[in-house]
Design a protein around this ligand. Structure first.
Ligand SMILES: [Zn+2]
Length: 475
């Protein structure tokens, strides 16, 4: 029998607020263990949580960007369970009244658009971190306790490992764009639980699902799903039954292992946290957040292609990161030549910034300088090759492009007489190439242009050089 894979994801993303969700401890990555904790986040008796309003603002941004309805009324509940990295023995989360309800993400895969529905987005706190060491036993770092999380729960709309990874990439891009999460999976800022089940092709009744817990890389999500599909197919084909359970994925062994039977929400004995009031969100507040939302990649790509005539490749690349898109748009406001700007951003700016750990916001070649340089190209003051050299120079020196061009003696030579003199010299020195050119070898023209550009240190106007070579050889 042929089976259809059915996948739903529960995606956790850490929000990058300054402080934690219920106390004023610093929220960040890479601090010495147990240096960012207090009585509240370590659950000492009598300590009381206070909601960080930034967390709600960030979560509403996520909800609005994913088409969710923002609840006017939401409630924090205690999810009770014991784990060594959870000193309170409960996690503050949301169950009955989550902040965001519904929503959807559009996926573009192999030229087909697919809508993946969201069930909800709720706010909760992270647990601490257990570090298992061979000689010191297991150690606990409480820094991560009460780091704010949003959990995005999808409907079981995904049908392959490829779709699941594409959805995660899309969500990651949105969160980073909004500036509400670092999206750094290698630092644990995004993790997900993957629910996988199989049903006979053509059926609409879902099979029994298993849940792969806490996976923290795209690669593992992909491998985990592929493995689980194969494992469940083998069971079903042998006439067996898939057991509903939670499984652990091992990257080393590339296998999943049974952890425990899947618990239902009642096992956690959820109840409203008596220390936290229900939250009321007014439509005006939601509106004020909506007004601050940045335009997302999809909208930008559409505009770049339809209004600015950029090729889809350029548009997608420029819009993929918010800083690149904003840099591009700032340039465009100063110089209305989209393709010239995107060419320089893609081939030069992104190359120069690569590996420098710099932000496009504070690179030495700001939009004003880049567009001044591009204007020099269109005014015939430098050619494109020289402009690239100048760009690298002013990246280092922080000069104005025009000053740098003058200082480097690279102003383009447009003087016909001056160029003609050099062209004549080069032609005289290369009789064999002249013969080849006359015999119709197009390579010979490129040779001449190359020689002349070399003799003028790249300063000659290439168009004039081309015309002159053809004219003077054919005399
Ligand atoms: Zn704290």
């Amino acid at each position: 029998m042929k089976y259809q894979t059915v996948i739903g994801l529960e995606i956790h993303a850490e929000l990058c607020t300054e402080s934690k969700v219920f106390c004023s401890c610093k929220n960040g990555f890479g601090f010495s263990p147990n240096t960012n904790c207090c009585p509240v986040c370590t659950g000492l008796p009598g300590a009381l949580p206070v909601l960080n309003s930034k967390v709600y603002e960030y979560a509403i941004k996520a909800g609005l960007s994913m088409g969710s309805k923002i609840s006017k009324y939401s409630v924090f509940e205690r999810k009770n369970y014991f784990y060594p990295d959870l000193p309170k023995a409960y996690q503050i989360s949301q169950l009955e009244y989550p902040l965001c309800i519904g929503g959807h993400i559009e996926l573009e895969l192999n030229g087909v658009t697919k809508i993946i529905r969201l069930n909800r987005i709720h706010v909760e706190e992270d647990a601490g971190k257990l570090i298992h060491s061979e000689n010191k036993g297991s150690l606990i770092d409480f820094n991560r306790c009460s780091v704010p999380l949003i959990e995005m729960v999808t409907e079981p709309d995904l049908r392959s490992a490829q779709e699941a990874v594409a959805l995660l990439e899309k969500i990651r891009q949105i969160l980073v764009y909004l500036g509400i999460s670092t999206g750094k999976m290698e630092q644990g800022a995004m993790r997900c639980d993957v629910n996988v089940s199989l049903m006979p092709e053509g059926s609409s009744v879902y099979g029994t699902r298993t849940e792969l817990k806490n996976i923290s890389s795209f690669r593992s999500v992909f491998a985990g799903i592929e493995y689980e599909v194969k494992r469940q197919t083998d069971i079903l084909e042998k006439g067996g039954k898939v057991i509903q359970e939670t499984r652990r994925w091992s990257d080393e062994k590339m296998q999943s292992f049974a952890m425990r039977n899947k618990e239902e929400s009642q096992s956690y004995r959820y109840f409203p946290d008596p220390d936290l009031l229900p939250i009321t969100v007014t439509p005006e507040y939601v509106q004020s957040i909506m007004a601050k939302l940045p335009r997302l990649p999809e909208q930008r790509i559409k505009q770049y292609v339809t209004e600015y005539n950029l090729p889809i490749y350029d548009a997608t690349l420029i819009a993929s990161e918010r800083e690149t898109a904003e840099y591009f748009e700032d340039c465009l406001a100063l110089y209305n030549k989209p393709k010239e700007i995107s060419n320089f951003i893609m081939s030069d700016i992104l190359r120069l910034i690569k590996g420098q750990n710099q932000s496009l916001k504070n690179i030495p070649v700001n939009p004003k300088k880049l567009t001044d340089l591009l204007k020099m190209v269109s005014d015939g003051k430098v050619n494109v090759t020289v402009a690239k050299t100048v760009l690298e120079e002013i990246w280092k020196t922080d000069e104005d492009p025009e000053k740098a061009v003058v200082r480097m003696g690279l102003m383009q030579v447009n003087d016909m007489a001056e160029i003609e003199k050099i062209v004549r010299e080069i032609i005289a020195q290369n009789p064999q190439a002249v013969e080849e050119f006359k015999a119709g070898k197009s390579k010979a023209l490129a040779f001449f242009v190359g020689q002349i550009m070399k003799a003028t240190k790249g300063k000659a106007n290439p168009q004039i050089v081309n015309e002159l070579v053809i004219k003077l050889i054919n005399i």
